[in-house]
Design a protein around this ligand. Structure first.
Ligand code: XMP
Ligand code: MG
Length: 179
């Protein structure tokens, strides 16, 4: 697997340190409230698992799976729900946990969808964001790292369903895309 990587952008240590910082912020901001963490499958599995365990709040967890139609590595903004929440979020404080914000189209659609269900609040925690790729204005309360506008894998992020289990985030060598 090592030979497939071009470079490491964010190390496992940096990720773990940042997750702890974000959890401390969330603990402070949501003190006394009953937060529902909504993870977006499959990419957010790693950040959800680490963030949820770093929180001292009694958080609940639920999951959604969405697919954005579009070719290859580009998002189209046309989103389909593959798995909906099991939880009724009316009146709830919802914190969406995302792996990465690229164009922002998927998240923008998801926020509109969640807001239509009458939650008390909806905020977003995204582990990674590509500021140079953003296409729609988005208010993201918690961001782990802003990264360059390159396709990345690891810490939940995949290329053709591989590399999700890397504990760090990096770019792939060119030969991976052409094989
Ligand atoms: P948008 O463009 O709608 O995309 O913000 C969001 C979703 O697209 C996936 N995505 C990536 N997956 N490496 C990946 O493995 C990347 O660099 C990348 N950029 C976007 C991801 O599922 C994200 O939720
Ligand atoms: Mg995702």
């Amino acid at each position: 697997m090592g030979a497939d990587l071009e470079k490491v952008l964010v190390t496992a240590e940096d990720i773990q340190r940042r997750v702890a910082e974000l959890a401390a912020e969330i603990d402070r901001d949501y003190a006394g409230r009953d937060v529902l963490l909504v993870g977006v499958l499959k990419g957010a599995v790693m950040v959800m698992a680490d963030l949820a365990r770093a929180l001292h709040l009694p958080a609940q967890m639920d999951w959604m799976a969405v697919s954005s139609y579009g070719s290859g590595t580009k998002s189209s903004g046309v989103v389909r729900i593959l798995k909906d929440l099991d939880t009724d979020i009316a009146g709830r404080d919802v914190l969406v946990v995302e792996d990465i914000i690229d164009s922002g189209l998927t998240l923008s659609w998801l926020l509109a969808n969640l807001n239509s269900r009458g939650p008390a609040s909806v905020e977003v925690c995204a582990m990674f964001r590509k500021p140079d790729a953003i296409k729609v204005p988005l208010r993201v309360r918690y961001v782990g790292f802003d990264i360059p506008n390159e396709f990345v894998v690891g810490y939940g992020l995949d290329y053709a369903e591989r590399y999700r289990n890397l504990p760090f985030v990096g770019t792939l060598a060119q030969h991976v895309y052409t094989r």
